[in-house]
Ligand binder design. Structure first.
Ligand SMILES: [Zn+2]
Length: 293
């Protein structure tokens, strides 16, 4: 099946699937999204919630054609990595085949945008080749917000995070491909039509990615919103938010800026249909799905 694609003017966005996340992910990640809370938003079913009110979540990347460049936004969990989370440990998916089939062979990628440096966003930065982890996208510049890079560079890392940096981040840095960029409060345009927007809270230097062309716009959320249930309940934090209060404030501001604007919202962990338009609903918002073409 071809990768789903959305268009924003002359920009195209393909969703490159990696894997669905297992049902136990929801209660762990978003403990406040209890069955009662999910049941109170019937629009979440059937796409975003299971019949038992469990959350559906996915791991995927967005592959973008903009300004003549091939850009990959986030790189998933990756294959063959030693991970503490059993659902992510030594994964073996056809992600690279799907990426190539969508018109993005690894050697053609010009730019990789890392919304933040968490396990499920940097995995395909590298692949195992002749006994070592090497950059999967050897021609690419791997862009990360300078604040994000600075935070993790100074942080005391536990064993799991040291492993993650060793196999998925440091090889990119060692090959001279990592490119930390300043992201001011107003955002920074890294390619015409592609803007990094600061969304601190989940991690200190996290960014969302705004795409705009010909009067149209879209926003790739990163993890400032993990699941559509948080559109109706922006106060729900994930267990892995480093600064939950900041994450809530960021989410409220971002959602308010998107609602009713016609901006296509592309969720970094939203299962199919993955994208939609935000509109006010009670004290929060809901998503009017925009299925891919
Ligand atoms: Zn994530």
């Amino acid at each position: 099946m071809p990768a789903p694609v959305w268009t924003i003017g002359d920009i195209t966005v393909h969703r490159i699937d990696e894997t669905e996340l297992p049902p136990e992910t929801g209660p762990w990640l978003l403990p406040g999204a209890t069955p009662d809370v999910v049941a109170a938003a019937p629009w979440l079913r059937p796409d975003f919630a299971r019949p038992d009110h469990g959350l559906r979540l996915a791991s995927h990347s967005f592959a973008v054609r903009a300004g003549g460049l091939r850009i990959l936004v986030d790189t998933g969990i990756g294959n063959g990595k030693d991970r503490a989370n059993p659902a992510w440990n030594h994964l073996n998916t056809d992600y690279l085949t799907r990426l190539e089939a969508a018109g993005f062979p690894p050697g053609s990628i010009d730019l990789v945008v890392l919304t933040h440096l968490h396990t499920d966003h940097v995995g395909w930065n590298t692949r195992y080749h002749e006994g070592a982890w090497v950059p999967t996208f050897p021609r690419a510049r791997y862009v990360v917000a300078r604040d994000e890079w600075a935070y993790w560079s100074a942080a005391e890392l536990d064993a799991a995070r040291r492993q993650l940096f060793r196999d998925s981040v440091h090889p990119v840095y060692d090959h001279g491909l990592l490119d930390p960029v300043d992201v001011p409060a107003t955002g920074t345009e890294i390619v015409p039509g592609v803007t990094l927007v600061p969304t601190p809270g989940h991690t200190p230097g996290q960014v969302a990615v705004r795409l705009s062309d010909a009067g149209k716009s879209a926003l790739i959320t990163g993890d400032c919103v993990h699941h559509p249930v948080q559109l109706g309940r922006p106060d729900l934090s994930s267990c892995v938010d480093i600064d939950p209060a900041q994450a809530v404030a960021t989410r409220r501001d971002l959602l308010a800026s998107l609602a009713g604007t016609g901006t296509l919202v592309l969720g970094s962990h939203f299962p199919p249909p993955t994208a939609g338009y935000l509109r006010p609903d009670g004290t929060g918002y809901r998503l009017d799905p925009a299925p891919a073409e």
